[in-house]
Design a binder for this molecule. Structure first.
Ligand SMILES: Cc1cc2nc3c(=O)[nH]c(=O)nc-3n(C[C@H](O)[C@H](O)[C@H](O)COP(=O)(O)O)c2cc1C
Length: 177
């Protein structure tokens, strides 16, 4: 069975906590968890996986979390080949203080990896979210899982469950226990 690589960047721990929950819910025998800050060396380790879940919160005004900045520059420069890879993105935002760029980093990650040949999956309806603008919104959907633990932490668990249930058809089948 192919394993799933989960790579996350998180400054205050929100996206990290969700990455850990995702790993738990998928089953730790199915996935490996990497912090972009502590574990990421280069894209070769990502390319070991056919299935990748990439976590990144949004900072600045619609920018990627700090630990993704240099890797994304490398991605543009070195142009690693992600064709044949299935990727879904997730990340934290704050729709009250930053609703003009809500979870926009997901849109950046989506576009960068799509440009490298990956197949991006895991879009969700925007129903139930409030925001003014998001670079992660395409054709009326978010291109990945967004959550806002600053203002609506009570919704995050349910959002993870709905997202993973829909994502499962794109992931390698879990082995029978
Ligand atoms: C200076 C600053 C800028 C931010 N910019 C954005 C933004 O543009 N869009 C957004 O949705 N959230 C923004 N946020 C909110 C963070 O994404 C939010 O606090 C999130 O929970 C951080 O997740 P992390 O702990 O995984 O890094 C910003 C927060 C701060 C403090």
């Amino acid at each position: 069975m192919s394993r799933i690589g989960i790579f996350y960047g998180s400054s205050s721990g929100v996206t990290k906590a969700v990455a850990e929950k995702i790993a738990q819910r998928l089953g730790e025998d199915r996935c490996d968890l990497f912090s972009m800050e502590e574990d990421f060396v280069d894209f070769d380790e990502m390319l070991d996986y056919d299935y990748l879940l990439l976590g990144c919160s949004t900072w600045g005004s619609g920018e990627v979390q700090n630990d993704w900045r240099d890797p994304l520059l490398d991605l543009d420069n070195d142009k690693p080949d992600f064709s044949g890879k299935t990727i879904a993105v997730f990340g934290a935002g704050d729709y009250v203080s930053h609703g003009e760029q809500f979870i926009s980093a997901l849109g950046i990650l989506h576009d960068k990896f799509k440009a490298r040949g990956a197949t991006l999956v895991g879009s969700i309806p925007t129903d139930g979210y409030t925001y003014k603008y998001s670079f992660a919104e395409r054709d009326g959907k978010f291109i990945g899982l967004g959550f806002d633990d600053v203002n609506e932490a009570d919704k995050t668990d349910g959002r993870i469950d709905v997202w993973l249930a829909a994502l499962e058809e794109h992931l390698p089948v879990a082995e029978e226990a």
